[in-house]
Write a protein that binds this ligand. Sequence first.
Ligand SMILES: [Zn+2]
Length: 141
Amino acid sequence: MAAKLAKPSAERSSIMRAVKSRNTRPEKVVRSFLHARGCRFRLCDTGLPGKPDIVLRARRSVVFVHGCFWHGHDCKRGARVPKTNRAYWSEKIARNVARDALNIVSLKKLGWRVAIVWECQTQDAVTLDRVLKIVIARQRP
Ligand SMILES: [Zn+2]
């Protein structure tokens, strides 16, 4: 039988919350990147599934800037699970991944184009260009 998952310490929880906070450096990088390419967007909550980080209404496109750890990216950073309470974090991240997938499906059904930028992809412009191409290229209606 599986052992009951221990809750992380208060200290660890607050570190993780800080990691998750909005308006992070990767988000800012993506915003200035889009802005420099003539994309106009809003940041506030629009009631869309998953609360996308950036909403380009005129292009009917949204961008999620995902932290590699929180959203389970298949990269070095994403694989780094805290040493204590591994099971707890793994389960939490698995839930995030499942929720992300559902949100993307819902958004697409509503006619939105969805781009995902991983935190580790915000380091270089070539990668950002490739990832955001579908948003930047989309013609305004
Ligand atoms: Zn990553």
